[in-house]
Design a protein around this ligand. Structure first.
Ligand code: GLP
Length: 250
């Protein structure tokens, strides 16, 4: 795992955008695995800037998103489809038909999950998977549990995740209680994984995930087993990890 420590969130976002841009320049029809949450917002802003200044095109890019809330339509203000439209897709030249997000209102969620895992395989797998990490170590919506679930599946959200995401909704009661998420196998099949971590409130979990044992109780810890992971974090998020003696590239 290569770990880059940055001064702050802005520098983390610029470096992440540079790495994604490099992936796109080397493979203009790459399959990007994309993430939601506050962490990648700055990265999407930087990528939009690269497009606006004529340095980058998304014309041939295909994208697969990690997850979606159950019960929210694509138009819902807090759906992850809407998040992607507002934070990236509406501002660059990606073709909407080449962007995929699990359907949170599918009549048969189990069938939708099977379709989504199949779709990722049919696209040839993801070239670069962007990830954030929840406070409890979740990636996508793979919550802490007894085992790693390989394929796209439906999850019940933990009370902690509902609390953390309540800030985006009018009240806690409005936060969906379940979601569809890529499984750990879908994520680990990516050729390159880029995980971003920002803020002192993630420092303890970052230490557990990357300096502790690999365990489904800290889902992000599974990334230690992937041969090509880049972690970019700001110094606040990486402080404890560095104190554990884990080497940083810079
Ligand atoms: C959500 C998403 C994750 C994301 C996590 C962290 O639950 N499903 O993909 O990584 O939140 O979000 P944030 O970046 O806002 O801390």
């Amino acid at each position: 795992m290569k770990i880059y420590k940055t001064e702050n969130y802005e520098e983390m976002s610029r470096l992440a955008a540079d790495m994604i841009a490099a992936c796109i320049l080397l493979k203009p029809n790459a399959v990007l695995g994309l993430a939601t949450g506050s962490t990648p917002v700055g990265t999407y802003r930087e990528l939009t800037e690269c497009y606006r200044s004529g340095r980058l095109s998304f014309q041939e890019i295909r994208s697969v998103n990690l997850d979606e809330y159950c019960g929210l339509t694509p138009e819902h203000a807090q759906s992850y489809r809407r998040f992607m439209q507002e934070n990236l897709f509406d501002h660059v030249d990606i073709r909407r038909e080449n962007t995929y997000v699990p359907c949170g209102t599918a009549e048969n969620p189990e069938e939708e999950c099977r379709r989504y895992s199949r779709l990722i395989r049919e696209l040839g797998g993801t070239d670069m998977q962007l990830l954030g990490m929840g406070h409890n170590g979740h990636i996508g919506f793979n919550e802490p549990g007894d085992c790693f679930v390989p394929d796209t599946h439906r999850v019940m959200l933990s009370a902690e995740t509902i609390d953390a995401n309540a800030r985006f909704f009018a009240s806690r009661e409005e936060v969906p209680t379940s979601a569809l998420t890529m499984g750990i196998g879908d994520i680990m099949a990516a050729r390159h994984i880029l995980i971003l971590i920002s803020g002192v409130d993630k420092a303890e979990t970052a230490q557990k995930a990357f300096a502790g044992p690999v365990t489904p109780e800290v889902p992000a810890s599974v990334l230690q087993l992937h041969p090509n992971v880049t972690l970019i974090g700001d110094k606040a998020a990486l402080e404890l990890l560095e104190a554990s003696g884990v080497e940083m590239c810079r």
